[in-house]
Design a protein around this ligand. Structure first.
Ligand code: HDE
Length: 717
């Protein structure tokens, strides 16, 4: 990744967007943005005095002798002092993340359901910040671990900030917010040894899952391929909780929010994710930054599921239960808008780290429901920002709204705003800053009639915990089911307390007997002979990733490694590079060394050659979506003798990647993959077998075929 000097060109953007809602957030941020690379800059202290030396502490010293350092050196003390206090508490969950700015647009108005401008005014481009995250790991943990991913959006609307603090999985582990500390304690590293980091594969996590049957549906999602996404750009986002919309007539609707990636939903295979966690722990963070920097802006279709008030009891599940989806057969998703990410942050800490979301941030026309998970969250988010960022966290540039903010909340540590005026209360004799009327855009609470007993109780429908776990499992394709069996076997193998893996082996029989039996056998649990409860056999649409593929498959932004050694076939190499570029994929040349590699017939003395992006030892196949080997007798002979080259091809093949080879490389690839019975006939023009495309002779169609193959392979995983 080549970092640009001033990555997002705020000034330029400001000119083009001037006056628009989108432009106002850009202008607002630029007030606090300084350019480190401005040639006029000189180093100063924090109080603005230019410094001639920030490397040597003031000391009593001569050319021959170093004497004591002097406490009087304020600038030195300031530098160390500021450094000592650089860290703030990391988020208690979702500590590891990456974010970007973007815009949100509705192409169909929801005015029928809501008075919120952000959802009804199709002429608006609402600016936003989106932060993706993992849940369990610390700030420095790896991106590709098995975990739920956060999908938190802050919309800077004309009526105030609206936050959807969602995940890439539509349900949650628990139904009542009060269980959250227990859930997270059980998932985080165990308290005695503080292991494992960023993993659910341990006794406490699975102990919790067994003891909370309400978690069954969610842990099935967390054991599916959804928990190992290929990219933040290739996963869905869900609001998860049930919110409400209110229209101008005062009618109310229950709503769930959905974001569907236009690139389709794609995942790693587990072995790839595991290896990447060590080989490139920043894989997702870099992937997002790179795509935006290259102008390939990730986009999501925005959709809503809506249930009118009065119909909420028509379902066998409670629509306020966050452990349940609203199956799309019953409540279709209406696709009504689009979210695009188009600007990288200028600085990680002040933007991605300091962004602070709050489920309580609602704008007129959008509200809560009595979802007991959501209402607890409404308390928790503001509370946690006080620890993390302090009282005035809403004044930080990334957090402040684009519309005017004025009230009688004052003071507190690090107050930034200077409010002029001689009173700071309401009512006041000047009638200054009065409350707003409805016509002026005030948030009006929905007048809901409420009656009941005060009790620590969940209503009856909340007590059914298995139907949708079965629905989800039944809806998976055979490979997805196999991946889940492997995932569960991996996780429970890491639990060394027999109580945990034995109980969990039994629990799986509540979902599917076959699954329970195969996992129990693998992990050494008792093999269930009978289903815990009959599988209802039902399925639902768009739960399997295979149904969430784009209408027009694309290989835009996919990374393709082209492996070469001296004597490679320049025609094949140049051909594939330009075919990939034309398809907007990103070709990477991987050489036996990073200094220039020479094509067949090209002499070293020519001083030309190709300078590879990386060498074979510097990278691994896991970091690429596809591998291509051009021919060239000498190049292939060298690669054959290179164990790492062999491993590149073999590993890529075993991770189901598209592999392409031309000319002499065909035999090499066949041997590297070494699958008996594979038909890599070199006599015909183009052969495609087990995801490997080979062509005996270089022809345009062989290159086109390779590109198509990469497309095909990336469609599925
Ligand atoms: Fe969160 N969650 N959460 N959560 N959550 C936090 O707030 C909490 C839940 C989610 O990128 C914390 O600012 C409670 C569901 C995301 O900054 C904290 C409950 C969903 C993020 C908190 C839940 C989420 C958080 C920690 C149970 C999906 C990262 C730092 C009722 C819909 C936001 C922070 C970011 C972060 C509390 C459950 C998503 C402690 C009490 C369900 C994406 O306030």
């Amino acid at each position: 990744m080549a970092p640009s000097v001033v990555s997002s060109g705020l000034e330029k953007l400001q000119e083009t967007l001037d006056g628009s809602l989108e432009g106002r957030k850009v202008a607002d941020l630029s007030k606090d943005t300084k350019n480190y690379h401005d040639p006029k800059n000189r180093i100063t202290t924090d109080y603005g005095v230019k410094q001639e030396n920030t490397d040597d502490w003031l000391k009593v010293a001569t050319e021959d002798k170093t004497g004591p350092m002097l406490l009087e050196d304020h600038a030195a003390r300031e530098k160390i002092n500021r450094f000592d206090h650089e860290r703030i508490p990391e988020r208690v969950v979702h500590a590891r993340g990456a974010g970007a700015f973007g815009t949100f647009k509705m192409h169909k108005s929801l005015a029928e359901y809501t008075s919120a401008g952000v959802l009804s005014d199709t002429s608006r481009n609402t600016p936003l910040f989106l932060r993706f995250s993992t849940v369990l790991g610390s700030r420095g943990s790896a991106d590709t671990v098995r975990d739920v991913r956060g999908f938190a959006v802050k919309f800077y609307t004309d009526e105030g900030n609206w936050d959807i603090v969602g995940n890439n999985i539509p349900v949650f582990f628990i139904q009542d917010a009060l269980k959250f500390p227990d859930l997270i304690h059980a998932g985080k590293p165990e308290p005695d040894k503080e292991v494992p980091q960023a993993q659910s594969a341990h006794n406490n996590f699975w102990d919790f899952q067994y003891l909370h049957t309400e978690a069954t549906h969610m842990f099935m999602w967390q054991q599916s391929d959804r928990a190992i996404p290929r990219s933040y750009r290739m996963m869905q986002g869900f609001g998860v909780n049930t919110y409400t919309l209110t229209n101008d007539k005062g009618e109310r609707f229950f709503v769930k929010f959905h974001f569907v990636p236009q690139l389709g939903v794609h995942s790693f295979v587990w072995d790839e994710a595991l290896k990447l966690a060590g080989q490139d722990p920043d894989f997702h963070r870099k992937d997002l930054y790179e795509a935006i920097d290259n102008g390939c802006f990730p986009k999501w279709d925005f959709g809503v599921q809506i249930i009118p008030e009065g119909k909420e009891n028509d379902f066998e599940f409670d629509i306020l239960d966050a452990t349940k989806i609203w199956p799309e057969e019953l409540v279709p998703v209406q696709m009504v808008g689009e979210l695009e990410l188009n600007r990288n942050v200028d600085e990680y800490f002040t933007q991605t780290e300091q962004v602070a979301f709050c489920t309580g941030h609602m704008v007129p026309g959008i509200g809560f429901s009595d979802d007991p998970l959501l209402i607890g969250r409404n308390f928790s988010y503001n509370d946690t920002q006080l620890t993390r960022l302090g009282t005035n966290w809403q004044e930080l540039p990334v957090n402040r709204p684009v519309c005017p903010v004025m009230n009688n909340n004052r003071d507190g540590k690090l107050r930034h705003t200077i409010t002029k005026g001689s009173v700071n209360y309401w009512p006041n004799r000047f009638e200054a800053t009065p409350p707003a009327k409805k016509e002026e855009g005030a948030y009006i609470d929905y007048p809901e009639k409420v009656e009941g007993m005060k009790q620590r109780l969940r209503s009856k429908k909340f007590r059914e915990h298995f139907n949708q776990a079965q629905l989800f499992y039944n809806s998976m394709s055979p490979p997805e089911k196999a991946h889940m069996a492997f995932a569960l076997s991996f996780e429970l193998d890491h639990c060394d307390d027999p109580w945990v893996y034995e109980k969990m082996s039994e629990r799986l029989a509540d979902i599917d007997l076959g699954l329970a039996q195969s996992v129990a056998e693998m992990v050494g649990g008792p093999i269930p002979q009978k289903a815990g409860r009959p599988n209802h056999g039902k399925t639902s649409m768009r739960l399997s990733q295979t149904e969430l593929q784009p209408k027009n498959p694309t290989i835009e932004t996919r990374r393709v490694a082209i492996i070469i050694a001296d004597g490679y076939d320049a025609g094949a190499y140049n051909g594939i590079v330009s075919a990939l570029k034309a398809a907007k994929a990103i070709p990477y040349t991987i050489g036996t060394r990073r200094s220039p590699i020479f094509a067949a017939g090209e002499s070293k003395e020519s001083g030309k050659g190709v300078k590879p992006d990386h060498h074979l030892e510097g990278m691994r196949s896991t970091m690429f979506d596809s591998v291509f080997v051009p021919g060239g007798a000498d190049s292939v002979a060298t690669l054959r003798k290179n164990g790492r080259a062999l491993h590149w091809v073999r590993e890529g093949f075993s991770h189901l990647k598209a592999i392409g080879a031309v000319g002499e490389a065909v035999e090499f690839v066949r041997d590297a993959c070494s699958l008996p019975g594979m038909d890599f006939s070199t006599s015909s023009d183009v052969v495609d077998s087990f995801g490997v495309v080979t062509a005996a002779k270089l022809k345009p169609e062989s290159l086109r075929e390779t590109v198509k193959m990469v497309k095909g392979a990336t469609d599925f995983v």
